[in-house]
Design a binder for this molecule. Structure first.
Ligand SMILES: [Zn+2]
Length: 337
């Protein structure tokens, strides 16, 4: 797990909160907000670990039983509220898209039962916006009078959609997107080699969590290479049949292919000439580099249109082999501007 100390570059808010935890004077409720991929959930878990850590020195130590349990999110004194993962059987199987009032009530029941002297309990609420107003109102009551030793960490992408009364009860902590340099530093500290880190950061589009996941995901890199080789760099028309034959039974991977191609071309469009000069798109063939030198926005839009047309046809159940052949042809045509 990435410890909360990695978030110090995010500013004074994180630093003072961590200090307060070390000094046993932390706020009872913190609302962590920020765009997707800024590490809200990771930070919430790290702060919970800091509160529950039994080790010596700076917390979380990362080694004690409590810290190790937090890594698996399996600490007995942590209650997690997350959409679709209900705390009671009554709500199981229903309300997949929200945190129900039943979940909040069950959490309150559990925190009230907690009676071990001096011990702490942490409630994590992932994507607090997934609570409807009734659930938020139920939570509000316990935020106003939190049981002794109970700490709440809420995360939200859009905190402005929460009830103002919830927001006013929480200490706000806003995370901003990470810079590439900051992400490189974190990945290096996690033991990722520089080359993999650079590629993962490029493909993660500003999301630290995604960059960390991608860095360790060998299947992703193999898939990416295969897609670029087969779909973008098919050597000649006579090879298309061979490639489409290889992909014809892989319709269930179609969306992953289209999404990957869209990300590659959108990034090429944003970076323009720098791509052709070799920056950050190392797997591009010579042909596509030349394309990047000459292409206008209209050329990129045409390519992106072709990809979304392929997706549409796939949704309409056009034979996948036909879709593969057409898109490869379209890309061959596009690259030869
Ligand atoms: Zn510890």
């Amino acid at each position: 797990m990435i410890g909360p100390e990695r978030f110090l570059s995010q500013g004074e808010g994180v630093r003072s909160l961590l200090e307060q935890i070390q000094e046993n004077r932390a706020n009872h409720a913190v609302l962590i907000s920020g765009e997707a991929g800024t590490g809200k959930w990771t930070l919430a878990r790290g702060l919970a670990a800091a509160l529950l850590c039994q080790g010596e020195g700076t917390k979380p130590c990362g080694r004690c039983k409590a810290c190790l349990q937090m890594e698996e999110l399996a600490h007995p004194d942590v209650i997690t509220l997350e959409k679709g993962k209900h705390l009671t059987r009554a709500d199981e199987g229903k309300a997949k898209n929200n945190i129900t009032i039943g979940d909040v009530r069950e959490m309150i029941r559990q925190t009230a039962q907690h009676g071990m002297e001096g011990s702490r309990r942490v409630v994590l609420v992932k994507h607090a916006e997934d609570m409807r107003d009734d659930a938020q109102n139920a939570l509000l009551k316990t935020l106003e009078e939190p049981p002794e030793g109970t700490f709440f960490f809420l995360t939200a992408r859009r905190p402005e959609t929460l009830l103002p009364t919830i927001i006013s009860r929480c200490r706000p902590l806003r995370l901003r997107p990470w810079t590439e340099t900051e992400m490189e530093k974190v990945l290096a500290e996690l033991g990722t080699d520089a080359e993999t880190a650079r590629k993962a950061i490029r493909d993660a589009d500003g999301s630290l969590g995604q960059a960390i996941r991608l860095a360790g995901d060998e299947a992703y890199w193999a898939f990416r290479e295969e897609v670029m080789r087969d779909w973008m760099n098919c050597p000649s028309r006579s090879e298309i049949l061979k490639v489409s034959g290889k992909w014809k039974d892989r319709k269930d991977e179609g969306e992953a292919v289209f999404a990957l191609l869209e990300r590659i071309f959108s990034r090429m469009m944003r970076r323009g000439l720098r791509v052709s000069q070799g920056e950050a798109e190392d797997a591009l063939s010579e042909q596509w580099r030349r394309f990047a030198e000459k292409a206008t926005a209209a050329d990129y839009v045409k390519v992106l249109d072709r990809i979304s047309l392929a997706r549409e046809r796939s949704l309409r159940n056009v034979q996948f082999q036909v879709i593969v052949e057409q898109l490869i042809l379209d890309l061959m045509e596009a690259v030869s501007i």
